[in-house]
Design a protein around this ligand. Structure first.
Ligand code: DMJ
Length: 609
């Protein structure tokens, strides 16, 4: 119809004006109605693609029904005859109320509470990070009144920065945006979606670097960006936005959210790295690796998480990402896992990867490695021997991989042993201390020849020798209160109310069903109650190995204590699986985001193949 109109029109190279079209159509009553309807349907369907964006009021319905047991939030206090775990989960809920009430009474709506002094700490953006981080925990615990009050405050926020103020991109994405998205997914309150969209849009120019990697910080007033002290983009910063921006693209239908995040993934697919050994620093301008350090601790940690979790979040559809996770986790197991000489504690460290020398002509390397660009090389590494509390998320991630990936039996076994051995070592670093709380960083005792401590070859040897007893690294030595027997020294003596060990215990409990992880979690919770509780909140511990009944504390209660530490404890002790792992993924700040499938429309809009 349109083409016949064009053919009859003297200006056939252009679209006829409305008046011309109408005068032509008017002479052919009724015959043109079906064609016109068809034309309108075509415009309706392809319109967003032609315009490059969805209609203004476009909001996706989540394809998977989010039937949350707490919709609307329900909570029944346990009766006196309730089982131990119910009572324990109730105690964690009370700990949350204690810390949030303290924040609310003394520091609301500033960023964080000083749990000793009652002072306010505006160490982030001054946007009230504790409110955003605590939001979904309130929902999960059925604290409706706090939740509703918080949503009101959030609804009034504008997210503009003061002149010369820059907000840290990584922290704001994982804490504020992650908190909003998760609370929206749980409650479906449209204010949270509106504010997530607003914040997502205001932070988006952080990706406007030459390479597309995000800057360290951004002024939402001017869109100017700033680099961090390393002058590079950390690997954790490069990727810890995928879950948030991709889910935001899904619920708003806006392609720019998907495209900016996906550009970072593209750089990873194209990077000249071997076997998923993604280094910790990247050149923000060129998008290329800028050092040769391989780590799962600070600078890298959550990027590893986001490889597996974004594959899971989009219903296992983006298989290229799964391959990156498989390669990276294989290399972690091969290059970063060591055991100590006496106690055989399995630990994960970081290492300088030595540049592989180019293969000699005619040489046949024993096991050639493939770079993402197709070249071959054989890397080797020099370990530092440090073991960070931050790395204690790894056992949980490996266990989640074992549960969700279709690994061959032999690999499944290795990944699970690595998860169990590492989670146990994380536990030991708590159990060994006088307070029962784990230090932030340990310096592990190493074999005189580093390679003698590599875990994988020892497991292979144990297999060859007939698999007698437990595999190396899983023999569970008891706690050692005496320093001499520990096989490590404490490098950073603080316990910063961090969640990573408890996060892994939760995933270990849910994926293996072994109740020992709940018991260990309970022991840690009791130590937190004993040493970290103050009159108005909970405080970080200065020295975890001090023998006095009251360990010295810092005037800090990080928002992640309410987002992560208390949430994982609560979920660990609640019998019912409130956030089922086959329906949700936790972002790196423990904000659950629902698993969804890209619709056909989204695939076209976002150019997903
Ligand atoms: C949290 O803010 C996040 O888990 C982040 O990825 C690293 N660690 C802190 C808490 O320790």
């Amino acid at each position: 119809m349109l083409s016949s109109l064009l053919a009859r029109n003297q200006y056939s190279s252009r679209i006829p004006s409305f008046r011309e079209a109408f005068s032509l159509l008017a002479g052919r009553p009724l015959r043109w109605v079906p064609q016109l309807l068809g034309f309108l349907v075509v415009i309706w369907y392809f319109g967003p693609i032609i315009r490059g964006g969805p209609p203004d009021d476009y909001v996706y319905e989540l394809p998977l029904p989010i039937q949350h047991p707490h919709l609307p939030p329900l909570y029944k206090p346990p009766t006196a005859s309730a089982n131990d775990w119910k009572l324990r989960s109730h105690q964690v809920r009370e700990a949350f109320v204690h810390s949030y009430k303290g924040y609310r009474d003394h520091a609301f709506p500033a960023d964080e509470l000083g749990p000793m002094s009652g002072k306010i700490h505006n160490n982030f953006n001054g946007w009230g990070v504790t409110i955003y981080d605590a939001l979904d925990t309130m929902w999960i615990m059925g604290l409706t009144e706090y939740f509703e009050e918080a949503v009101k405050v959030i609804g009034e926020a504008s997210y503009t920065t003061k002149p010369k103020q820059y907000v840290p991109f990584f922290e704001t994405i994982i804490r504020h945006l992650g908190g909003l998205l998760s609370a929206y997914a749980l409650s479906k309150d449209p204010i949270l979606l509106q504010q997530a969209d607003r914040m997502g849009e205001m932070l988006l120019p952080a990706f406007n670097s030459e390479s597309g990697l995000p800057a360290y910080a951004i002024s939402t007033r001017t869109n100017a960006t700033r680099g961090g002290w390393t002058g590079n983009t950390l690997w954790a910063e490069a990727l810890s936005n995928q879950l948030e921006y991709k889910y935001l693209a899904h619920i708003t239908g806006k392609p720019e959210y998907f495209e900016k995040a996906e550009r970072c993934m593209q750089l990873m697919y194209e990077a000249n790295v071997t076997d998923g050994i993604f280094p910790t620093q990247w050149n923000t301008k060129t998008g290329a690796p800028s050092n040769n350090k391989f780590s799962v601790g600070a600078f890298a940690d959550s990027a590893h998480e986001y490889l597996l979790k974004q594959w899971l979040m989009t219903s296992r559809s983006e298989t290229k990402i799964k391959d990156l996770y498989l390669n990276a986790s294989k290399s972690i197991i091969e290059h970063l896992l060591y055991i100590t000489p006496n106690r055989e504690m399995l630990y994960v460290t970081d290492a300088d990867m030595l540049k592989p020398s180019p293969p000699k002509p005619n040489a046949s390397p024993e096991s050639p490695r493939t770079t993402t660009q197709g070249a071959t090389s054989t890397p080797s590494s020099v370990p530092s021997g440090t073991f960070e509390h931050l790395s204690c998320f790894l056992p949980g991630l490996l266990a989640l991989g074992v549960q969700t990936l279709d690994l061959p039996e032999s690999e499944k076994e290795i990944h699970l042993w690595a998860a169990e051995g590492l989670a146990y070592s994380c536990w030991l670093t708590y159990a060994d201390m006088k307070t029962g709380l784990g230090p932030d960083v340990m310096s592990m005792k190493m074999y005189p020849k580093n390679e003698d401590g590599l875990w994988l070859p020892r497991v292979e040897k144990w297999k060859q020798q007939g698999r007698s007893g437990r595999p190396p690294g899983l023999r569970e030595p008891g706690a050692a209160s005496e320093k001499a027997g520990r096989d490590y020294t404490i490098y950073k003596r603080s316990y910063l109310l961090r969640p990573e060990a408890l996060e892994s215990f939760y995933i270990m409990w849910r994926t293996t069903g072994n109740p020992v992880w709940r018991e260990r979690g309970w022991t840690i919770f009791q130590a937190i109650e004993k040493y970290a509780k103050t009159e108005i909140g909970y405080a970080s511990i200065v020295d975890v190995d001090k023998s006095s009944t009251k360990a010295p504390v810092k005037d800090e209660m990080p928002s992640y204590f309410l987002a992560e530490t208390l949430k994982y404890l609560y979920l660990l002790f609640t019998d019912e699986e409130i956030i089922p792992l086959d329906r949700w993924v936790f972002n790196t700040e423990a904000h659950p985001i629902p698993i969804f499938e890209w619709t056909e429309t989204e695939k076209k809009l976002f150019n997903i193949n």
